[in-house]
Design a protein around this ligand. Sequence first.
Ligand SMILES: [Zn+2]
Ligand SMILES: [Zn+2]
Length: 146
Amino acid sequence: MLLSCPECNRDVSDRATACPQCGFPIAEHLRDAAEQRRQAEERSSRAAIGEVDCTICLARGFRTISLPLPDGRQREQFDWCGVCEHTGRVTLCKSSRGYFAVARVHVEAFVAGTREVGDDLVVFLGPNEPPPHRYPSPGERVVTEP
Ligand SMILES: [Zn+2]
Ligand SMILES: [Zn+2]
């Protein structure tokens, strides 16, 4: 198939590695365009579908933090988790790619496609449905003060 080169506008085969006229990297350009389409489709398929155990505190509203002791050593202790607002659960989202654990404050942005996997507090759980909750009911909901 022929397409017009984005750089010089002349006809060039879509199988060409580069444009024979101007050297524009056609193959790379087509790969990038396909990848962008794939990502746009993935984003448009996102939806919030339920709740999943918090990946940080492991479903009990706690996570381990290190506190420095006066002698320079670290003390490990439990702290409240600010991601799940102490309920032990965060929002479960799904897309064509799989399942995601998303902190409540970022659900809207994630579903709208303006927040990405790998950004803070968005965790990819894999292509398969995550395991059931560790505890039958979530802990009491307490919104932490900023
Ligand atoms: Zn060209
Ligand atoms: Zn948590």
